[in-house]
Design a protein around this ligand. Structure first.
Ligand code: ADP
Length: 171
């Protein structure tokens, strides 16, 4: 498969996608928060919360997988992005690690299509340009070496993120 068709950017709500897995920008408790996390828990239903209770949280930069329950997506990969503190607290490596650990889980579960939101670019205030660059670089690196996932979809919730990803993927 050619590299080019393995990436796509769309604008919209990640919870509505028909993909094998969606990624959740969760917090360390994995027990729900605001933004995309809230939307995913609302759409997946209370069974998701029940499963998350047994996961014992998640460290920043790490990822854990659950079922998708009422979503069309079969799986949810919960990853915990870093809070932006000006770039002095290993934020870029931690965000790269979110993509790496999510993709590794996708590989292990033979996930063909995976959709990522802009991890850390909401309440966690990571600069959008830099976050998108890390997202694109890490996923490109991973898919060039692995058969799974076959397709990566970047989901932009706002026009600004949409334009940023579109430009990066054109290159
Ligand atoms: P974080 O705490 O990691 O910053 P947020 O949920 O606050 O997580 O924001 C992460 C990104 O997800 C932001 O770019 C935000 O605009 C986006 N977002 C919020 N809701 C949705 C949704 N339903 N679908 C896709 N992206 C979303």
């Amino acid at each position: 498969m050619k590299k080019k068709c393995r990436f796509e950017v769309i604008k919209g709500d990640i919870t509505s996608l028909e993909v094998d897995a969606i990624v959740n920008a969760a917090n360390n408790s994995l027990l729900g928060g605001g933004g995309v996390d809230r939307a995913i828990h609302k759409a997946a239903g209370p069974e998701l919360y029940e499963e998350c209770l047994n996961l014992d949280g998640c460290a920043t930069g790490e990822s854990k997988i659950t079922k998708g329950y009422r979503l069309k997506a079969k799986y949810i990969i919960h990853t915990v992005g870093p809070v932006w503190h000006g770039g002095y607290r290993d934020e870029t490596d931690l965000l790269a690690s979110c993509y790496q650990t999510s993709l590794k889980l996708a590989y292990q579960h033979k996930i063909k299509t995976i959709a990522f939101p802009g991890i850390s670019t909401g309440a966690y205030r990571f600069p959008k340009d830099l976050a998108a660059l890390i997202a694109v670089n890490e996923t490109k690196r991973f898919v060039s070496k692995n058969n799974y996932p076959e397709k990566v979809i970047f989901v932009a919730f706002d026009q600004e993120n949409y334009e940023i990803y579109r430009k990066l993927l054109e290159k």
